[in-house]
Design a protein around this ligand. Structure first.
Ligand code: PLP
Length: 405
């Protein structure tokens, strides 16, 4: 089992008080807190190593470049990519998905083609595809989910056809917690030669990924949800695709030679890393990964499972509380509403008790529309959360409901 006392001591922000109450941080789906070693690493880099990468011939620049490329190797090994050429550092998952939508769209999507996504995608895996479909005259098709939050897998078979150019699907819904059967989706898409982008933003935090074994074509995630710094993310892409796709942005570092007549591009992955990279963020992300590697992934998964089950059981025992998302494979995210109350009011009263949950649409408006809602509350649990914090949430919610009803 996880040594929670020790783990919680690793995350300085968890001992914060808000409004004079101990913080109960249950908004990890939005962003996770950072272990001290990540914070220290970022500080250390700023105080001892800061110099631009891939540019200077001087000592600091060379050392910083080495650390940046070592961070790429750490990420490569962590996600199971075959080569560092397939690991592109981006500003986050949103930037990574936009990169694929733009570059892949330029090369492969044309009038009359279609892109297939699901009804449970985050806006970051909807809007970039809408933009590219609008530009290229393609159609956006959507695979629905049922009221339990399970994808209607048979609909993939209807919607993916010989004009489908790419499928985009989340590894874990940030509202419902659903973890779709990616192998099934990828096998179906590949049987029709259609590549698949997996939005791993929530999924990588709850169980990790092996992109090689999964055989997805693209994979995107953000560092800040994986206990790393903000402003850094990763785009994994199979070399075969990245090689053929044009760059997303132009600028320094992504070029081989530049004249006013013609520019040739740098080798992968730098072709997709225009401008000064967030090298400190990348090295900080590698530090977060090393922190996670120091824990037993099975213990983490089991702990999060217990938190999910306990929170689900306790919340649904409260009169009028409805939980959204009951898929058999679900990560530790619990979205709910309470009859007769508005989620924003509930969230505000919880906040005054030191309990941080997310309220609103969770950047997944189509999921709200599915249930005829405009907002939900969401408690999303990280490896450092405890059963006591679930109890605090339940007591806080009961108090909020007494006040509001
Ligand atoms: N995809 C999912 C499933 C998410 O939960 C999020 C963030 O909440 C994103 C994409 C976008 O991540 P970011 O804002 O870090 O780019």
């Amino acid at each position: 089992m996880l040594d929670l006392k020790k783990i919680r001591a690793d995350f300085p922000l968890l001992s914060t008080e808000v409004y004079g109450k101990p913080l109960v941080y249950l908004d990890n789906g939005a962003t996770a807190q950072k272990p001290r070693r990540v914070i220290d690493k970022v500080n250390e880099l700023h105080t001892t190593l800061n110099a631009n990468v891939h540019r200077g011939a001087h000592y600091l620049s060379e050392r910083c470049t080495e650390e940046y490329e070592a961070a790429r190797e750490t990420v490569r090994a962590y996600i199971g990519a075959a080569s560092r050429r397939e690991v592109v550092f981006t500003a986050g998952a949103t930037a990574a998905i936009n990169n694929v939508a733009y570059s892949f769209g330029e090369r492969y999507i044309g009038a009359g083609d279609n892109v297939v996504i699901t009804e449970m995608e985050h806006h970051a895996d909807i809007v970039p595809w809408q933009l590219v479909c609008g530009r290229r005259g393609a159609e956006l098709r959507v695979v629905p989910f049922d009221d339990r939050g399970e994808l209607l897998y048979e609909r993939f078979g209807d919607l993916v056809d010989d004009r489908t150019r790419i499928v985009g699907v989340t590894q874990a819904s940030n509202v419902l917690g659903t973890m779709p059967d990616l192998r099934r989706i990828i096998a179906l898409a590949h049987s029709r030669d259609v590549p698949v982008l997996v939005d791993g933003c929530q999924g990588i935090v709850h169980g990790g990924v092996d992109v090689g074994a999964l055989d997805c074509d693209f994979y995107a995630f953000s560092g800040h949800k994986l206990y790393g710094p903000t402003g850094i993310g990763v785009l994994y892409g199979k070399e075969r695709w990245l090689d053929e796709m044009p760059p997303f942005m132009g600028g320094g570092d992504m070029v081989a030679t530049v004249t006013f007549e013609k520019t040739t591009y740098a080798e992968l992955p730098l072709k997709f890393e225009a401008g000064t990279a967030n090298f400190i963020g990348a090295i900080g992300l590698a530090e977060a990964i090393r922190y996670l590697e120091g824990l037993d992934a099975r213990d983490v998964a089991q702990h999060e499972r217990l938190l999910l089950d306990y929170a689900t059981e306790r919340l649904q025992a409260i009169d009028g509380v409805r939980i959204y998302g009951a898929a058999p494979h679900k990560c530790s995210i619990v979205s709910f509403t309470a009859e007769g109350t508005h989620p924003l009011d509930v969230g505000m009263i919880l906040d005054k008790q030191g309990i941080a949950v997310r309220t609103g649409t969770h950047c997944a408006e189509p999921v709200m529309v599915h249930y005829g809602l405009t907002a939900m509350c969401r408690a999303s649990f990280a490896l450092y959360n405890t059963a006591d914090e679930v109890d605090a949430l339940v007591a806080g919610l009961e108090r909020a409901l007494r006040m509001l009803r």
